[in-house]
Design a protein around this ligand. Structure first.
Ligand code: CFM
Length: 545
């Protein structure tokens, strides 16, 4: 399949939108970009983080999903109480593969539960605050959690229940339970990205900073934007321990509220998923003086690079030596598998359309086994995730973004402590230390590749037809449509049933999995239903009034 020649990318770009009405096509073209770096390495502009056009089948999720499911979901000892009709809870119940490992068999773990106020018509008409108060009390009486988070769904925002007031009241009443609420109604913003921001703000206001006691251990880091999908965080915990690095907290894979409360006590913050948590990273730096760097533990070489950056920052010869030892040992193991897998995967092609960070990170893993990324895109990322943070000052804030609160953060008069002096930071930066920096996806992609934001189902099918990639990475909504085209689809949200894919061990797992998928002969034997019948499977008529 690979090696087929394709029309020029500009031509393909036009083809993708040719069956849309003219206005829709024009809008979509702003989000379909042929990647081409100019002589300064500057990439073209991507019109990201804008509304999906009604009628288009998008991959996106809602604000509530980003807040409740993504950022808060992986924490096991906060009762996450959804204020809304039962469907919002039911469909968010155990659907993300964020794993957790309670300290003991008796330690609290509320993740398997589904907490909801189960709003009915009556609550929509007469208000749901009473029911919410009762539900908080009930959750407290049953479980005595350290914290309860309340999540507002669409109808709550529409009828105007004051979830924050109820949370405050109940926090005072209960005395030993931190109760806080999120105005994360599904309709806010243009995607789940709004929910990330809201979750970041409330965690910063109500939880981070409550405990100033650093965890024991040397070289403390806080891991931001690692959600332990398929056990990724477990791999990183082991890896850090072997290197002699202490993780104070992870936001939020395999985490507890106690970790969040002292997340600001580390000496360095490491951001894995920039999209979902850069706000917390920035706010901690401003208020407490902890610098942050972007790291990537997806890909063996990226992992080695991240570990070396951390060691460089702490500048402890013992740590540097230990990291080198671990990296050398692990890279040798990885190289053996990579060479074997590469012999069967070299030259094959991949496409990645997922989320707000993985479509970038996983390109590293494909490159390590000789596979080429032809096209990629995020569902809901912003321009900085595509083009790099250097474009931040030029991003226009539109009405949808303006709806999401921006916290005004000042250095804490007592707790602020710059972990490194400005001159030390300058020296590190001069040495390539990525303080505050994320280069984004596009500068690292080849020229002539296609970058598509918020891809539609129609565009997906066109891409599959034109390019016939050897593998397509997306989520469950896309998986079976892709596979009916005779192309394997790797889920990069849930990892299907696989993983972990982080760190060195994760790289090995990923190479092997991709090898099995792209080299399975079954795909060439599939003919989709629409090719088996001479007639379309569904007869339909378009009626225009
Ligand atoms: Fe960050 Fe994520 Fe992602 Fe994300 Fe997500 Fe996810 Fe994702 Mo699914 S936080 S942006 S909102 S890395 S749930 S663990 S896989 S879309 S690319």
């Amino acid at each position: 399949m690979s090696g087929t020649s394709h029309p020029a990318p500009e031509q393909i770009r036009e083809n993708l939108v040719k069956s849309y009405p003219a206005k829709v096509a024009k809008k979509r073209l702003g989000q379909i970009v042929v990647n081409r770096k100019d002589t300064d390495g500057k990439v073209p502009e991507m019109k990201a983080n804008v509304r999906t056009i009604p009628g288009i089948i998008t991959q996106r999720g809602c604000c509530y999903a980003g807040c409740k499911g993504v950022v808060l979901g992986p924490t096991r000892d906060i009762v996450n109480l959804v204020h809304g009709p039962i469907g919002c809870s039911f469909y968010a119940w155990l659907t993300r593969r964020n794993q957790t490992r309670p300290e003991t068999a008796d330690s609290p773990n509320f993740m398997p539960y589904c907490f909801s106020t189960d709003m009915q018509d009556e609550n929509i008409v007469f208000g749901g605050e009473k029911k919410l108060r009762k539900a908080i009390q009930e959750a407290y009486d049953l479980f005595h959690p350290k914290a309860i988070g309340v999540f507002a769904t669409c109808p709550v925002g529409l009828i105007g229940d004051d979830v924050h007031n109820v949370a405050r009241e109940m926090k005072d009443k209960l005395g030993d339970c931190n109760v806080f609420a999120f105005s994360c109604e599904g309709y806010k913003g243009v995607s789940q990205s709004a929910g990330h921001h809201i979750a970041n703000n409330q965690l910063f206001k109500h939880v981070i900073g409550l405990n100033d006691e650093p965890v024991p251990g040397k070289h403390r880091i806080t891991m931001l934007g690692e959600y332990n999908i398929g056990g990724d965080a477990f791999v990183l915990e082991d890896l850090m321990e072997r290197c002699g690095i202490t993780i104070t907290a992870t936001l939020s894979g395999n985490s507890t509220i106690a970790q969040f409360e002292r997340a600001h006590t580390s000496d360095l913050n490491c951001v894995m998923c920039h999209r979902s948590i850069n706000y917390v990273a920035d706010m901690i730096e401003k208020k407490y003086g902890v610098p942050w760097i972007k790291v990537n533990f997806i890909g063996a070489n990226a992992t080695a690079k991240a570990l070396r950056k951390i060691a460089e920052y702490f500048a402890d010869p013992e740590l540097i030596a230990r990291v080198e030892e671990v990296v050398t040992e692990e890279l040798a193991k990885v190289a053996a598998v990579a060479a074997d897998v590469r012999s069967r995967c070299e030259g094959k092609t991949a496409m990645l359309f997922v989320g707000g960070s993985r479509a970038h990170h996983y390109q590293e893993l494909f490159a390590e086994i000789g596979m080429k990324t032809l096209a990629a895109g995020y569902e809901f990322a912003h321009r900085d995730d595509y083009e790099g943070r250097n474009v931040l000052p030029t991003i226009k804030v539109d009405a949808d973004s303006r709806n999401i609160e921006e916290l005004d953060v000042e250095p804490d008069p007592v707790k602020f402590k710059a972990r490194r002096s400005p001159s030390e930071m300058e020296a590190l930066k001069a040495d390539g230390f990525p303080h505050h920096d994320y280069k984004g996806m596009m500068p690292e992609m080849d020229n002539e590749t296609l970058v598509i934001d918020d891809i539609s189902e129609h565009e997906t099918e066109e891409l599959l037809r034109i390019y016939k990639p050897d593998i397509f990475c997306a989520g469950i909504k896309e998986k079976y449509v892709v596979q009916k085209h005779g192309i394997p689809c790797k889920q990069l949200h849930s990892y299907d049933y696989g993983g972990p894919y982080a760190g060195f061990q994760g790289a090995i797992n990923f190479y092997r999995e991709i090898d099995r998928m792209v080299n399975a002969s079954i795909w060439s034997m599939i003919s989709p239903p629409w090719q088996q019948n001479s007639k379309p499977t569904l007869d339909a008529e378009y009626v225009k009034n």
